[in-house]
Design a protein around this ligand. Sequence first.
Ligand code: GDP
Length: 433
Amino acid sequence: MVRAIVGANWGDEGKGKITDLLAGDSDVVVRFQGGANAGHTIINDFGRFSLHLLPSGVFYDHVTSVLGNGIALDIPKFINELDSLRKNGVPEPRILVSDRAQVMMPYHAAFDSYEEERLAGQSYGSTKSGIAPFFSDKFLKIGLQVNELFSDEVLESRLRKVVEIKNVMLGFLYHKPALSFEALLNEMRRQREMIRPYLADTSAFLRDALKQGKTILLEGQLGTLKDPDHGIYPMVTSSSTLAAYGAVGAGIPPYEIKDIIAVTKAYSSAVGAGDFVSELFGEEAEELRRRGGDKGEYGATTGRPRRVGWYDAVASKYGCVMQGATEAVLTVLDVLGYLPEIKICTAYDIDGKVTTDFPVTHLLSKARPVFTTLPGWKCDIRGIKNYEDLPENCKKYIDFIEESIQTPITMVSNGPERQAILRRKPLITRSLS
Ligand code: GDP
């Protein structure tokens, strides 16, 4: 059985915590897209961790963690993250890296920064970790699959071709120093030794696991609105954030994905550029940002302050629908306990037309939020263990969101810790229906 945990919004919904929680009942956890450009924050018995590339199953002895072919494999960052787990006393995780994963090359981050610099005020708000140049090269067919590092002949001929193209761009477009073929060759020979012990045919491994009836979790990064096709293009990431892509990025049959959990946060937050219809500004925003998440709403990878706003039910309904969500998990609900009243954006007014359908990107700048205001619950709900014990107004807020996003909310998260989860309805698995 394959279950996907994906974001319904702009990312940072708390997927890491939900994956860490459900990994307890799983055999394999797979990252299938993205790279080390975003982070999952996980708080468990070993401490507080920011995972960027490693799947959120690495804390369990019984879980095999897989980096699928669809990811951007940054080898030094992968090794650093593993080292930081070891330093914190986490038992050595079992990790397999797809031999078809593409390698983040040393020049990708530099190209990312140079392009942001060139675009100046019109940049897309990249994290500058090389993701866009990496995926551009993959589809330009000048990237390298990690297995190719192990043939000197292939490596050398590929690098010669890449260096030629890159140096033209560096010289004439960006006016930056040229790449050295020799230095790159030596660096990639060094990196291949670092990654060698982890490589495997992960697609074959996963097919085998499925045959044996194992439970596989697909862990998404970012959320629907950052998907290159269905998100707010071009303020998106460069690989698909949708559960459907899990089949491609992990190398498994699409029909095996039975359960799609869309994680949605009880208020909105976003990083980077792009229209954000229910955004808050000024003191109201500052307060929510300060109180948000487990340490305020600041990026796990970049430390950038996140933009915050009221819950956007228009974007979230679309976010769940495009994921094909069978259920939703509402997270970070505890943060809203200080508010006497809470607004929910239930529709957009675009040129006088009110709609609950999420529009194409260029119309977003014209969208004005239509709000419904609900009473707050004005108390701390952290530490509550049963759903029934939540304050009435809090349950009404959850019911209202469930209705608006047209997706059953099965769990509610009321604190950053693994244990802070309230089961509202049984998990839905299509294979059982
Ligand atoms: P991800 O990328 O979707 O995994 O999300 P992040 O880890 O970037 O952001 C979620 C943040 O919210 C992290 O700091 C989590 O520790 C925190 N978090 C997750 N669930 C809850 C919750 O229910 N309450 C609170 N207060 N924080 C939470």
